[in-house]
Design a protein. Structure first.
Length: 406
């Protein structure tokens, strides 16, 4: 439903942009901005059709693809919101003016017509109008350029995680946490090799993968499986699924992931002996609803090995709300908020209770990864990352709080 609402807003925005462009006084502006808007609408249509398997997406050069998404999400939606607010304010002002003048006889009934073309000179009003009209496309080009520069980069982010009642044998245990590969249009080629190289260089006891291995197309699953098979841990590699993995066909993804050697845990667990202490990885299946998430967590916790230390892998961080008694939960999904003004203010804090870094409460901790890959080409204050976690024995005060953010 959210996707349909956003798609509708984008379509309405493209339409209003075209109407606004057609009303500009200068012909070159009308043509330039009109063509820009038409190409953006056509590009979005191609991308949407490609999600259904039509394959149009592969025809678009990646920078053009980046520009289309940057336009519709970063520029057009705020522009549309501004137009709506401006229209409301203007309407309210006109109504108020009408009420005030309802008994006043209008002295001037006729206004001289506006001259559409007064010559080659550009008036101050036309200059300001041109600047206002050209600014959104220029911002789009800038956002797409910034996104292209970021797409193949990621950081290694090291976090010491205080865990209540951590078994002494697990003091200093290391986890390489990788989430949201999104192998596909914006994450492919050499960067995939670098993800494997940098992860294996960490030499972690556990490699935990928290979903979204592919962006949406099952054509990219073989490349994602190659990555997973190449990852090395001292003791165990475990994974849970994400929502993007299931977009095209959930049944085929799960079948091919199992055949391809992915250690996918769907309401299941896997156990390893680490320094003489059993560690149990619990993998949560993806759920679209809060009730489904709650029930899945409850069913999974019923499979706990009482003699093992549990580690929950859940793609959506809100699963932590139902993971009472689990000392550590690892999640992704949020991309660190993707578009953040600061570490605390932006899309992440608007859409999620937990969106990046380390959160704690008395019964356990949560770590949310920004993800190493990209479904959207622009990141602001939410860099792609591989997490290197080190577990520490400590006592955590009650109440969720951020210990380490961006």
């Amino acid at each position: 439903m959210t996707f349909l609402i956003l798609l509708t807003c984008m379509a309405v925005g493209d339409l209003l942009w075209s109407i606004s462009a057609s009303r500009l006084r200068r012909r070159w502006m009308r043509w330039t901005l009109g063509i820009f808007g038409a190409l953006q609408a056509a590009g979005l249509t191609m991308i949407l059709f490609s999600r259904g398997g039509a394959g149009f997406e592969e025809v678009l050069p990646r920078p053009l693809h980046s520009m289309i998404l940057a336009w519709h999400v970063v520029i057009l939606l705020p522009w549309l919101a501004w137009r709506i607010v401006r229209a409301i304010i203007t309407t309210v002002g006109k109504i108020a003016c009408l009420v005030r003048r309802v008994r006043v006889v209008r002295a001037e009934q006729h206004v001289a017509p506006v001259v559409m073309n007064s010559g080659p000179a550009v008036t101050r009003r036309e200059f300001l109008g041109a600047a206002a009209a050209l600014t959104p496309p220029m911002l789009t080009l800038a956002a797409a350029g910034i996104g292209e520069a970021q797409l193949d980069g990621f950081r290694i982010r090291r976090i010491e995680v205080p865990v209540p009642d951590l078994p002494p044998a697990l003091e200093g245990m290391s986890i390489a946490h990788i989430s949201d590969f999104h192998v596909g249009r914006f994450t492919r080629g050499r960067v995939l090799e670098r993800i494997v190289e940098e992860t294996n260089r960490l030499g972690a006891d556990v490699v935990a993968l928290t979903g979204d291995f592919i962006n949406h197309s099952l054509r990219d699953l073989p490349a994602a499986l190659d990555i997973v098979r190449a990852l090395r841990a001292r003791h165990i590699v475990g994974a849970c699924e994400g929502n993007h993995d299931l977009i095209e066909d959930a049944r085929i993804f799960r079948r091919e992931a199992e055949r391809g050697g992915m250690p996918l845990l769907r309401g299941e667990s896997a156990t390893a002996d680490i320094r003489g202490q059993r560690v149990q990885l619990l993998g949560l299946p993806w759920n679209h609803s809060v009730a489904g998430m709650r029930d899945s967590v409850a069913a999974l916790l019923a499979r706990r090995d009482p003699g093992a230390w549990p580690l929950l892998l859940a793609h959506h961080p809100h699963a932590w709300d139902f993971a009472e008694g689990i000392p550590l939960t690892l999640s992704g999904h949020t991309h660190g908020g993707q578009l953040m003004l600061t570490g605390r203010l932006g899309a992440g804090s608007i859409l999620y209770r937990y969106w990046s870094g380390l959160y704690s409460r008395r019964s356990g901790a949560l770590v949310v990864s920004n993800g190493v890959g990209n479904w959207f080409p622009v990141r602001i204050q939410a860099p792609a990352e591989i997490l290197h976690l080190t577990l520490r024995r400590t006592v955590i005060q009650d109440g969720p709080k951020i210990i380490a953010g961006l």
